[in-house]
Design a protein around this ligand. Structure first.
Ligand code: CAA
Length: 258
């Protein structure tokens, strides 16, 4: 377990990393210090060779957005010179799968980092939104781009221009979250899925993630070719023989990453 001022990180023997945003009295508002510590924690996750990252928030929020108190007096020069908020994109660049476990508020930057996760589990009481418009700004950690890609222009415009909040069921209907579960089961459900994924062949998992992400960025024909090349490549590794042999032998597979 690593303790940062604004985060906790635990990497288990199951090679699942659990990263918890931990400023509950400020509803885990995303401060500069948290962003710095977040990137250090992601380096630690990589060094620990974790297979899956679960990201959650302590208390009654996943995160209620970027830290408004910290941002209020910032100037244009300071924001642009520091390329403020850009480091959160490190989450989207991770090669291992990431699972967001959302209890309570995921607003503004909180919604945006939730959307960077590969899978998103929400408690029934969770709420999502991009309320920046009411602060005289717009989303700044990818909300206008990722939300639009996920839910389409009419819904993204509605959420971003009105700033209205949606509950977990609506977020599920819009395709923003993968699963809605009872509030007290969110983290357990995310950890269970993470352990399941961590038990599969890491190369197959990486290939699956790369291929799905490619779908957003390329034409169908290029994407199909990319998938087929990865599919063929997995036959270079022992995990493919093991997975198929285990199925035919009616026993669990023992993947070795060979
Ligand atoms: N930044 C800084 N502090 C925040 C915060 C934020 N984004 N969100 C909540 N807090 C603080 C509150 O100021 C309050 O602190 P004090 O106890 O010291 O007064 C504490 O967290 C608890 O919050 P509330 O008393 O407001 O709790 P509530 O239950 O009445 O309301 C809420 C909860 C609806 C989430 C409300 O706190 C809220 O609207 N928060 C701001 C949401 C928001 O506008 N987010 C967007 C931020 S900008 C952004 O994220 C830009 C970007 O794209 C990167």
């Amino acid at each position: 377990m690593s303790e940062y001022d604004t985060l906790t990180l635990a990497v288990g023997d199951d090679r699942v990393a659990l990263l918890t945003l931990n400023r509950p009295t400020a509803l885990n508002a995303l401060s500069s210090q948290m962003m710095r510590e977040f990137t250090e924690a992601l380096d630690e996750v990589t060094r620990a060779d974790a297979r899956v990252l679960v990201l959650t928030g302590a208390g009654r929020a996943f995160a209620a957005g970027a830290d408004i108190a910290e941002m209020r007096d910032r100037t244009f020069g300071e924001m642009t010179d520091a390329d403020h908020l850009s480091a959160w994109e490190r989450l989207a660049a991770l090669r291992i799968p990431t699972i967001g476990a959302v209890n309570g508020f995921a607003l503004g930057g909180g919604c945006e980092i939730a959307m960077m996760c590969d899978l998103l589990f929400a408690g029934e009481g969770a709420s999502f939104g991009q309320p920046e418009i009411a602060l005289g700004i717009i989303p700044g950690i990818g909300g206008t781009q990722r939300l639009t890609r996920v839910v389409g222009k009419p819904q993204a415009m509605d959420l971003i221009l009105t700033g209205r909040r949606i509950d977990a069921d609506e977020a599920f209907r819009l395709g923003l979250v993968s699963r809605v579960v009872p509030d007290d089961e969110v983290l357990d459900s995310a950890m269970t899925a993470a352990r399941q994924i961590a038990g599969f062949s890491s190369r197959a998992v990486r290939a699956a993630k790369e291929c799905v992400l490619r779908a957003d960025q390329t034409s169908l024909s290029e994407g199909l070719l990319f998938e087929r090349r990865w599919f063929h490549s997995l036959f270079a590794f022992a995990d493919q023989t093991e997975g198929m042999t285990a199925f035919l032998d009616k026993r669990p597979a023992r993947f070795s990453d060979d």
